[in-house]
Design a protein around this ligand. Structure first.
Ligand code: VG1
Ligand code: CO
Length: 541
């Protein structure tokens, strides 16, 4: 064991989902080591305990895994469960932590951000409940990064991560495990595999897009091996260091090829895409793309059809910018509905306390109480289960949902890579208006509420302020503004637009047309062009 003197880096504050930086930053000598040591310092429970370790397979995943193993040994960890070749999807890691009673897990991922030597890398710590470290813990880890002066590491050879089985590393037990096995057995307890098999045998087709990321091996095992979908149903299934040069982000912009493949009479009945670490999902039917907010609402309304929720739901939650489609379901079906800040860590307490069983975010994130992360492959399985039971198409199910609960038109407009100053100016300008704008009309719509979202966790009372500006208009329209906490360059402004319509005659409208007035109001309020020079969003989903 060696101790290496290592002064602090001042920029290791975790964002929405862990610490994300350019690969080059993570390859700076001592950079990764300091963050990992800070984690061990802030979480003394890891000493003598089990740690789960794995990542999305992006460039630097394997080198970082070897380093972390040696540091775990030097910091007194008793046992590490590491995915073969260092691969674990985020939901699979969450499951392993829970199932093997680990004291926590380290997940190496920058999720939907591009990878490769010039791309992004990320690291986050998940606690013993399997969920992302809550804010108090990320604050403690950040404080530890600032206080650090040295790190500990075992000076031993790398282990062979390709070979399954147990070995010893400087007195610590390392188990290289099948990345998929435990996750696949969990899924079979939640979803009706027989019903889906019958549905597939009846001739229905599937297409799953793993976007060259870690979801591939999971999708192959579940959809092709266990459910019997035709070989080749899973596309882009081999995890690549740079995700084939693309953004492994399952939305209509970055998964445009999949959207195109779902058009027309010859298209399969169902499709889904997953992100870099396989916690996100996009759901599609033939000629139909489901928005993530609608996906959550449909799953909530149909929960009893899934074995996992056969006793019904006690509560659901959504992140603040997510559309209020699920709120309408909760109100009609009489279960609780919570509104949390952006980021999965805010669902953890509600899930642990049994207050909610299902939750989701507008950013293609859907999950439930079987793990403490959003879960892309699970979401696709849950949808397939619905299709198999209802014997209707994806489009029919969603349209019937709108007819019953009304439609929440929804779109997110992202302004990426703007300057930090520009992004902060937009937010400051919005915050200045909060006091005066209520009761006035913007773009002809009366403002009924304007605030900076603050959240008090109903379980532990923790308060999170300044979580995004929301402006609501008469009739249920809304614009929300916040800065991203997952980017690695400049700032990204996210503008979330929503409008409700109970009138079925309006439900066929194109989304952007339906939101045009809300967009005009958002532009007026935020003065994006004035502050950033941008006239159009870079990514509209
Ligand atoms: C984004 C999404 C948020 C999500 C987070 C992590 O955060 O908006 O909903 O929880 O990414 O998802 P931000 O701060 O950039 O808006 V993942 O799949 O990147 O771990
Ligand atoms: Co992700």
């Amino acid at each position: 064991m060696t101790t290496i003197a290592s002064p602090a880096f001042s920029d290791q504050k975790p964002g929405t989902s862990g610490l994300r930086k350019k690969v080059a930053v993570f390859r700076t000598p001592r950079y990764l080591e300091n963050f990992v040591q800070a984690t061990f310092n802030a979480v003394p429970q890891l000493r003598g305990a089990t740690l789960v370790l794995g990542g999305d397979g992006r460039f630097h995943n394997e080198a970082a895994t070897q380093t972390i193993l040696k540091m775990a040994a030097a910091n007194g960890v008793a046992r590490v469960l590491v995915g073969r070749n260092g691969l674990l999807s985020t939901p699979a890691a969450s499951n392993l932590i829970r199932r093997h009673r680990a004291a926590g897990g380290i997940i190496l991922s920058a999720s939907h951000n591009p990878g490769g030597p010039d791309g992004d890398f990320g690291i986050k710590f998940n606690a013993a409940n399997g969920g992302p470290a809550p804010e108090a813990l990320t604050a403690a880890i950040y404080a530890a990064t600032l206080a650090i002066g040295e790190y500990h590491i075992a000076e031993v050879d790398d282990i062979d991560l390709a070979r399954l089985g147990e070995c010893e590393l400087a007195g610590m037990r390392v188990e290289v495990i099948d990345s998929v096995a435990d996750y696949a057995s969990l899924m079979q307890t939640l979803v009706d595999f027989d019903a889906i098999r019958d549905w597939l045998k009846a001739g229905h087709g599937l297409r799953l897009d793993a976007m060259h990321a870690v979801g591939g091996p999971y999708a192959i095992r579940l959809f092709e091996d266990l459910l019997g979908a035709r070989l080749g149903s899973v596309r882009n299934a081999a995890p690549q260091l740079d995700f084939g040069g693309g953004h492994p982000d399952p939305n209509p912009v970055y998964a445009a090829e999949l959207v195109a493949a779902m058009q027309g009479a010859g298209a399969p009945d169902f499709a889904a895409a997953f992100d870099g670490d396989a916690d996100r999902n996009m759901i599609l039917g033939r000629d139909f793309v489901v928005t993530p907010s609608d996906s959550l609402a449909v799953l909530a309304a149909n929960a009893r059809l899934l074995p996992q929720f056969k006793d019904g739901l006690g509560g659901v939650a959504r992140s603040m910018p997510t559309s209020r489609a699920v709120d309408a379901v909760a109100a009609a079906m009489k279960f609780d509905c919570y509104e949390t800040p952006t980021g999965w860590k805010f669902f953890g307490n509600l899930l642990d306390a049994g207050r909610i069983q299902l939750c989701g975010e507008e950013s293609y994130g859907t999950g439930a109480d079987h793990v403490r992360e959003k879960d892309g492959v699970w979401a696709a399985l849950a949808w397939l289960n619905l299709l198999a039971v209802r014997r209707e198409s994806v489009g029919e199910i969603v349209r019937a949902h709108w007819a019953r609960f009304g439609r929440h038109f929804y779109s997110r407009h992202d302004y990426e890579g703007i300057s930090l100053a520009g992004g902060e100016a937009v937010m400051a300008g919005l915050r200045e208006q909060l006091g005066g704008v209520r009761g006035t009309a913007v773009a002809g719509m009366a403002v009924t509420l304007a605030d900076d979202f603050a959240y008090t966790d109903p379980v532990d009372g923790a308060v999170s302020e300044r979580q995004g500006v929301r402006v609501e208009f008469e009739g249920g329209a809304r614009a929300v503004f916040r800065l991203s906490g997952t980017g690695t360059e400049g700032a990204t402004l996210r503008v979330y637009l929503e409008r409700f319509s109970a009138d079925t005659a309006e439900h066929g409208q194109a989304t952007q047309a339906a939101l045009a007035r809300v967009k005009t109001a958002a532009d007026q309020l935020a003065a994006i062009t004035t502050h950033t020079g941008r006239t159009e969003a870079d990514v509209v989903t």
